[in-house]
Design a protein around this ligand. Structure first.
Ligand code: ADP
Ligand code: MG
Length: 550
């Protein structure tokens, strides 16, 4: 059948129609992995291009982010899905390096394919790759510089390199975004019991609204809640706000089955309503008596309770997400109280300003100027949805790169392909010591790492082979180890003095993710189409877009 020529479709044939075995299965899988890696390749580095992804419905995503491209590509083949998952897990673990991970994985498979062709068994290649990854990690740690993480200098360089490959504004704007990210990370960084720095990125909330320019993106020392103040006569601006966080409704509980109440006279009805009203008033009074000027509740607020809160001059916001309540607690130092009766002055948090602002036609509540907040927000602005989406993705990368450095005692390596040249060199030396057939795999691993400087040269339009040769020679000299691809001058240059620094932790993660993906794909020697499972199994999607699970 003609479909067989399109490798990506083999898996999609009806049940039992196709079975690929042994070498055929491997060839197919590797070809697909290389094809996927070629797609993202052109986006690598500051000279990399963006991809525009257009869905059936015409939704447009413009991005440079490897994980996003793969995710949006709607790839059906299981091997491609493995790569999507690798990029995603790199994204989760360190936030940055998603393009590199796919490029390296593709090249590891390309190398493996050549070795299999020479009759080397995949299990030997896998063993060699594992040895290579372990040595690469050791070497990365050995060759790392160590930054003082109490100072901004190195962190700022790392942030700028991570942002450098994103097409979002001029250098000045990127400086501004870098500073925002570093302040945000400083705010949420804590020392754990072992004295290790931990950055909980969950407490850095990114809120975005179209309008304004990227340069107007700002850090809020507190939390932005995408909700409005519940009642028109409540205050919209509260200074030195005392804040109550409640996980309880200011409503009269209706019993489960809508309990029937027999009301036989108008007096009884009147009495019943009055009783309800006084209960709701009491709830509002409890908030007031605690001393709170602002109330956030995870649940609802009855109209009558709203009325009394407004009368007391209290600003209230209802149906706040649980995750936002946690952030508010961290930012204002309040305690979330589950019963109104328990609310005391000690539970309240504090913020310099709580204000409802109208942004792009929608109301949002800004809880700002918190003192020493352990949860902060970044408010992203930009001209269109595509722009703010890409700014958000880029900020995620930078947040990942900077926190990877902070959490790893400030360890960094030199980028621009420089460290990959060193690693390749070390691996080639090592392969000689290892001997056996594994040494061939270790050499292929070295080649795969060099695909990074090679690709950087290609995106800059410089001859890749010449560049590699120059870099290898430079690195043999005593002062040349910091040399990488100078994509702006179309030559090689000292990356350290140019400030091209990257977190060691990101590179370590990248190497393990890429080699694990390659190993996983190499182990497959049989592709059988299977029955569709809910959420999509291997090859089960049957060409129906949107069926595949995460
Ligand atoms: P990834 O998704 O893998 O992070 P990027 O598009 O961000 O991909 O590109 C990262 C690569 O670009 C890294 O190898 C990094 O060292 C390189 N790079 C970044 N800035 C520069 C620069 N100014 N000069 C040379 N290389 C750079
Ligand atoms: Mg990057």
């Amino acid at each position: 059948m003609a479909e067989n020529q399109n490798l990506g479709q083999v898996m999609l044939l009806p049940e039992g129609a196709t079975r690929l075995l042994g070498r055929d299965a491997q060839r197919t899988n590797i070809a697909i992995a290389i094809a996927v890696s070629n797609v993202v390749k052109t986006t690598l580095g500051p000279k990399g291009m963006d991809k525009m992804l257009v869905s059936d419905l015409g939704d447009i995503v413009i991005t440079n982010d490897g994980a996003t491209i793969l995710e949006e590509m709607n790839v059906e083949h299981p091997v491609a899905k493995i790569l999507v998952n690798v990029a995603k897990s790199q994204d989760r673990e360190v936030g940055d390096g998603t393009t590199s991970v796919v490029i390296i994985a593709g090249n590891l498979l390309k190398g493996a394919d050549e070795l299999i062709e020479q009759g080397i068994h995949p299990t030997i290649i896998i063993r060699g790759y594992k040895m290579a990854a372990a040595l690469a990690e050791k070497t990365l740690n050995q060759y790392s510089g160590k930054a003082d993480i109490n100072e901004d200098a190195v962190l700022k360089k790392i942030a700028m390199v991570s942002l450098g490959s994103k097409n979002i504004g001029e250098a000045e704007t990127k400086q501004h975004l870098s500073e925002i990210v570093i302040s945000a990370i400083r705010a949420v960084t804590e020392k754990n019991q072992k004295g290790k720095f931990v950055v909980d990125r969950d407490y850095i909330k990114i809120e975005k609204k179209t309008g304004g320019s990227i340069a107007e993106t700002s850090m809020i020392s507190g939390v932005i809640i995408d909700k409005e103040v519940t009642h028109p006569s409540m205050p919209r601006y509260v200074e030195n706000a005392t804040i109550a966080l409640i996980d309880a409704a200011l409503e009269i509980e209706k019993t489960e089955t809508d309990a029937k109440i027999d009301i036989t006279s108008p007096e009884q009805l009147q009495g019943f309503l009055q009783q309800e009203e006084s209960m709701l008033k009491e709830m509002a009074d409890k908030i007031k008596n605690s001393g709170a000027k602002v109330l956030f509740t995870q649940k609802g607020i009855d109209d009558v309770a709203q009325h009394y809160l407004a009368k007391h001059g209290i600003m209230a916001v209802r149906r706040v997400k649980k995750s936002d309540m946690e952030k508010l607690a961290k930012a204002t130092n309040a305690k979330v109280v589950t019963s109104l009766d328990d609310l005391t002055k000690e539970d309240l948090g504090v913020a310099g300003i709580v204000e409802e602002k109208k942004i792009g036609g929608e109301q949002m509540v800004f809880v700002e100027e918190c003192k020493n907040p352990k949860s902060v927000s970044i408010f992203v602005r930009g001209g269109s949805q595509q722009v703010i989406d890409e700014v958000e993705r880029s900020l995620e990368d930078v947040l990942g790169a900077v926190s990877a450095t902070v959490e790893n005692n400030g360890m960094y390596v030199v980028g621009g392909g420089a460290i990959e040249i060193d690693l390749a060199d070390k691996l080639r030396q090592y392969s000689g010591e290892v001997g056996g057939r594994e040494q061939l795999a270790i050499q292929k691993f070295a080649d795969a790492l060099e695909s990074i400087p090679k690709t950087l040269a290609e995106t800059a339009g410089i001859d890749a082979i010449d560049t590699l040769v120059q870099l290898r020679n430079k690195h043999k000299g005593s002062d040349g180890r910091k040399y990488g691809v100078d994509i702006f001058k179309n030559s090689v240059g000292d990356m350290e003095s140019m400030g091209v620094l990257e977190p060691t932790k990101m590179k370590v993660q990248l190497i393990y993710s890429a080699s694990e993906a390659a190993e996983m794909i190499l182990r497959i020697d049989d592709i059988i189409s299977s029955r569709s499972k809910q959420g999509g199994g291997m090859g089960g999607g049957g060409g129906m877009p949107g069926m595949e699970g995460d």
